[in-house]
Design a binder for this molecule. Structure first.
Ligand SMILES: C[S@@+](CC[C@H](N)C(=O)[O-])C[C@H]1O[C@@H](n2cnc3c(N)ncnc32)[C@H](O)[C@@H]1O
Length: 302
């Protein structure tokens, strides 16, 4: 089991800056994921779903829109609710659940979503309550056997739909930020918060058990899902200013704390080097195009 106190501490520390520093980069990922969820759900409902990763651009008909509007959805690890509010224009009601009260408190109000505190390993909902469950980067700090079993319990049998989006192979820009920080942080630097330090030093049970798309496929099949598709790819290009991208990378306490512990000179040296690295992904010297490897999975409960 992951160190919950450490996990809570991480999200308590990032919550106040999450909407300003993280969401500008995550919103395009959530938007593309939400569009895929809508298109796959529509194709599933009208019986035309073949390969969710090879769908032509689907225009959802008004009749189908009405059918989607009759469905309720659960967003797991909703954070400040970006995916929940993006999906709320397609589905009737979206409930977001999250372990971190601080993240939920930082969510912008949205009349079409309901955000609830809870742990995905023991979801506070009755069995078969939802027609659709989704998660965007909300499961990778959980213990997959328990969390996926818990999600499966609250999904309706015969056609409950589960969509996941998680990080795939470590992308070059994350690796560069971490390497450059390690080179410049004070040699005796230690994360001051004990629980957070413990959390960050633990091996992740999620990645230990689910390292590629085949693992997602096998594990969802083992849980009894009738149809399962999983793929790793760079599904979406995020284009933001270089400053926005750097702010996003440094918002996370695992980077922000060593960054703030550096001397002013080391910090400027880091800024220059990291900026130079990010600029390699820029076509105009001002914006970066970031295409992180992601794993997406879609499963239909039998
Ligand atoms: C990287 S954030 C993603 C938030 C949001 N889905 C997004 O795309 O911006 C991960 C979220 O999952 C939540 N989380 C992690 N473990 C959880 C658990 N066991 N139960 C519920 N939420 C959890 C965290 O509190 C955090 O808000």
């Amino acid at each position: 089991m992951v160190n919950r106190d450490g996990l809570r501490s991480l999200y308590t520390q990032i919550a106040a800056r999450y909407e300003a520093d993280v969401i500008p980069v995550f919103a395009p990922l959530a938007a593309d994921f939400a569009e895929w969820i809508g298109a796959c759900s529509a194709a599933y409902l009208d019986g035309t779903l073949d390969d969710p990763f090879a769908m032509e651009e689907t225009r959802i008909s008004p009749t189908m829109q009405q059918r989607l509007m009759a469905m309720n959805a659960l967003d797991i690890g909703t954070g400040t609710g970006i995916l929940a509010r993006t999906l709320a224009t397609t589905f009737q009601s979206v409930v977001g659940v999250d372990l971190s009260a601080a993240m939920l408190a930082a969510a912008p109000p949205n009349p079409r979503t309901t955000l609830i505190a809870g742990d995905v390993h023991q979801l506070p909902f009755r069995a078969n309550a939802f027609r659709l469950a989704v998660s965007s980067f909300g499961l990778n700090t959980t213990t997959p056997k328990q969390s996926l079993r818990s999600v499966t319990r609250v999904l309706r049998p015969n056609g409950g739909l589960l969509f996941l989006q998680e990080w795939g192979a470590l992308d070059d820009l994350a690796r560069a930020a971490d390497d450059l920080l390690r080179e410049r942080q004070p040699s005796d630097f230690e994360i001051p918060d004990e629980a957070l330090r413990a959390f960050l030093s633990e091996d992740s049970p999620w990645y230990a058990q689910l390292s590629d798309a085949d693992d997602y496929f096998d594990s969802l099949k083992r849980l009894g899902y009738q149809q399962v598709w999983a793929r790793e790819a760079a599904f979406v290009n995020v284009e933001v200013s270089i400053e926005t991208f750097i702010r996003y990378k440094l918002a996370w306490p695992s980077r922000r704390l060593p960054y703030l512990a550096m001397s002013a000179d080391q910090r400027s040296a880091f800024d220059a080097k990291f900026r130079e690295h990010v600029q390699r992904y820029s076509h105009d010297g001002q914006h970066v195009i970031w295409s992180p490897p992601l794993i997406r999975a879609f499963a239909v409960k039998g």
